[in-house]
Write a protein that binds this ligand. Structure first.
Ligand SMILES: NC(=O)c1ccc[n+]([C@@H]2O[C@H](COP(=O)([O-])OP(=O)(O)OC[C@H]3O[C@@H](n4cnc5c(N)ncnc54)[C@H](O)[C@@H]3O)[C@@H](O)[C@H]2O)c1
Ligand SMILES: [Zn+2]
Ligand SMILES: [Zn+2]
Length: 381
């Protein structure tokens, strides 16, 4: 089969690799028909993780079940399924508590597993013709027949839509809140979209890409372009000087300043400033416990200069971590199925698998117009 293979910093190629197969009776094999490139893939693509060369990337996967292990109960060949990016066992303490991003079984010695992802276990990614899915009854969500028209919406359920939703949950959002979203990538735009769907009174989204901010403006968020205005002044203006009720951090450790230099503490401290006293900050942008390629020694140790004093003084709270996609995916599937949500609004490019190298480069450069890419392995180049 063909697969997108990581070759080293800024290099992926589409190679012929051995087919995905059933390795355990509870596995299925899925023929992938849609698989997205994610901002999380870019940390690996840029060589900013210890993702091993030669591994297959891709954790936002949707396709058709083509092989079923003997121990699988509910799935059958021909089912169209969508796969949360985290792999859960379904029976450990954390999976039982719906905290499936922190499964204790799927990746022994580490809380959390995912497809084609640094540190998240030996599982191959789905930017390929076929994908092995472990604990398949738990990890496959069967899709209704309208997948024929809504595949590009359903594939957003594998990560960015539930991750955006999770950000509003970590931020302890209530209806009527002013929600501040920092970061205008796919996750930030989906956090803003989730806040709108969850009846925020206003959603402020800060970024500096006109094309990305426009997508959010189109569904009712208020765009704040940090290259044109002072975001803190704008936040104060929209909240009568109080600050936002809660905030979603959707950038992560590779935040960069106006001069394009990385400054991992920048967004976190901006949120402490922009959120009102006793408000909550939900952090879904990725932070890492070590970052050997960071500019400062402190950042190399995975530490940031965080405004702890201000955070304490304001009595704020914070929630962090990978999104527990399983906890939301059924309800978000219903929103798509019944026409209440259309997360494919983020999508700019549908490309055959062969064009993955070019797509990675453009998405990594945040080239204008490249807001989100889905690869279609069953389409010819
Ligand atoms: N927690 C989870 O489960 C989860 C899931 C998916 C992605 N992520 C993480 O979320 C983050 C965002 O991912 P994404 O897919 O949206 O991709 P992305 O990398 O394209 O999004 C980041 C956006 O923030 C912008 N940005 C950078 N510095 C900024 C700053 N100082 N102020 C405002 N905006 C700034 C970037 O230009 C970009 O548009 C990444 O760190 C990714 O790893 C987390
Ligand atoms: Zn992702
Ligand atoms: Zn588990």
């Amino acid at each position: 089969m063909r697969a997108v293979v990581y070759k080293g910093p800024h290099e992926v190629s589409v190679d012929n690799v051995p087919d995905a197969t059933i390795e355990h009776p509870t596995d299925v094999v899925v023929r992938i028909t849609s698989t997205n490139i994610c901002g999380s893939d870019l940390h690996m693509y840029e060589g900013r993780t210890d993702f091993e060369e030669g591994r297959i990337i891709g954790h936002e996967n949707l396709g058709e079940v083509v092989e079923v292990g003997n121990g699988v109960h509910k799935l059958k060949r021909g089912d169209k399924v969508c796969l949360p990016f985290n792999i859960g066992c379904g029976f450990c303490e954390n999976c039982e508590a719906r905290k499936t991003a922190f499964c204790l079984e799927a990746n022994p010695g580490f809380a959390g597993a995912a497809y084609g992802y640094a540190k998240m276990g030996p599982y191959s990614g789905g930017q390929a013709d076929y994908l092995r899915v472990p604990y398949a009854d738990f990890n496959c969500l069967i899709l209704p027949e309208d997948v024929a028209e809504k595949e590009n919406d359903y594939v957003m359920l594998t990560d960015i839509f539930p991750t955006g939703w999770h950000a509003t949950h970590l931020a302890n959002m209530s209806d009527g809140d002013t929600v501040l979203v920092w970061g205008d990538g796919p996750v930030g735009v989906m956090a803003a979209y989730s806040a709108v769907l969850r009846d925020a009174s206003q959603v402020l989204i800060v970024g500096h890409h006109a094309d990305r901010l426009k997508l959010a403006e189109d569904f009712g968020a208020i765009p704040i372009n940090e290259h044109e205005v002072d975001p803190q002044e704008q936040i104060a203006e929209y909240t009568d000087g109080r600050g936002a009720d809660c905030a979603c951090e959707c950038v992560g450790y590779q935040a960069h300043n106006q001069h394009g230099e990385e400054q991992p503490n920048l967004v976190m401290n901006n949120l402490v400033q922009g959120v009102r006293p006793t408000g909550t900050i939900g952090v879904v942008g990725l932070f890492v416990p070590e970052d050997p390629n960071a500019a400062s020694e402190m950042n190399q140790r995975g530490q940031i200069a965080f405004d702890m004093g201000k955070f304490f003084e304001k009595g704020q709270k914070m929630g962090t971590g990978q999104a527990d996609v399983k906890a939301y995916i059924r309800r978000l599937r219903s929103l798509v199925h019944h026409g209440k949500a259309k997360p494919s609004l983020m999508l700019s490019h549908e490309l055959p698998l062969e064009q993955a190298p070019q797509a990675y480069q453009n998405f990594d450069e945040r080239a204008a117009g490249w807001t989100k890419v889905v690869l279609k392995p069953d389409r010819s180049a």
